[in-house]
Design a protein around this ligand. Structure first.
Ligand code: NDP
Length: 286
């Protein structure tokens, strides 16, 4: 029987610590941390994620503003907005809600965000820093996963860590962070041959594919740590990428969906906001 890695409870702890630090820093600098989210179009999932982020910021004492741009916004307008936010000293964090319309080159847009306000850790400077082993601002989902592994004293060094999914948001930064912790890392994707043979070697298995319940008991060895990043809605019910029923009896530790990685991602976003704010304020402070 697996121990359930309670992301919800741990995220609440992190958020409470952040609130305390935010309160102290507001007293010191007399400036409220401010996150600006850019939301393009009316996608319901994106709107709901942004709402969640706004509410979390509010509870942590962080001001959040949402700049809503119509789906018809031009690249010039979007780049001009980011340039304006980069220069605005009252803004400490900038988040471009993804996905953005397909006609945009996300790399070009993200690259314009000031690396010191990059709360998602997606700018080329922050990606390079992580890859080079000197992380600055790190993508929130993999950061939350490392935190919960440490919280439950799960060793990473020397362990075979298998990641299914190679996105720039989750899979790749996850690999970089696990490597930094001296894990032995394998990344799988749609062209991987005989996936179960590889996932069965995993001491720590991180799944981020966006395919509900794709990973079943036959993919997992006895005693593995299983981290389920996936969030999909089936008939209105949220499902992860891991088939909980068949994997739970084999795993030593497992994250539930919901209540696992999701809340940690938000908590780490707040932590990154705080980091941006603190760095920017300390730079400008006498
Ligand atoms: P992407 O769609 O960007 O990437 C999916 C990855 O999974 C790709 O690398 C793809 O391989 C791989 N993949 C898809 N199907 C298979 C398969 N059958 N076998 C092996 N590999 C496969 O997804 P994201 O990384 O952005 O997100 C993944 C999931 O995590 C989604 O459900 C998303 O909603 C969720 N998510 C949850 C977060 C949270 O806070 N809990 C945060 C971010 C994401 P290839 O590269 O070959 O196409």
């Amino acid at each position: 029987m697996a121990v359930i890695l309670d992301g919800k409870a741990f995220a609440a702890e992190i958020r409470s610590e952040i609130k305390t630090t935010v309160d102290t820093l507001i007293e010191r600098f007399n400036v409220v941390p401010h996150l600006v989210v850019i939301l393009i179009g009316e996608d319901p999932a994106s709107q709901s994620y942004v709402k969640g982020k706004e509410s979390a910021c509010l509870k942590a004492g962080i001001k959040s503003s949402v700049i809503r741009m119509p789906i018809t916004v031009t690249e010039t307008e979007l780049l001009a907005k980011i340039t304006e936010l980069n220069a605005d000293r009252t803004v400490h964090g900038i988040l471009l809600q993804l996905p953005i319309p397909k006609r945009f080159d996300p790399d070009k847009i993200i690259a314009l965000i000031d690396k010191n306000k990059d709360v998602d850790g997606f700018t080329p400077e922050n990606v390079a820093a992580l890859t080079n082993g000197r992380p600055r601002l790190v993508p929130c989902t993999p950061l939350g996963i490392i935190k919960i592994l440490k919280k439950y004293a799960i060793p990473i060094a020397g362990k075979h860590c298998v990641i299914v999914g190679r996105s720039t948001i989750v899979g790749k930064p996850m690999a970089a962070l696990l490597l930094l912790e001296n894990g032995t890392v394998t990344i799988c994707h749609t062209k991987t041959v005989n996936l179960p043979a590889i996932t069965n070697q995993a001491d720590i298995l991180v799944v981020a594919v966006g395919q509900p319940k794709m990973i079943t008991g036959m993919h997992v060895k006895e005693g593995a740590v299983v981290i389920d990043v996936g969030i999909s809605k089936i008939d209105g019910v949220i499902s992860g990428d891991v088939d909980y029923e068949s994997v739970y009896p084999k795993a030593a530790f497992i994250t539930p969906v919901p209540g696992g990685v999701g809340p940690l991602t938000i908590a780490c976003l707040l932590e990154n906001c705080l980091k941006c704010y603190q760095t920017l304020m300390e730079e400008n402070h006498d």
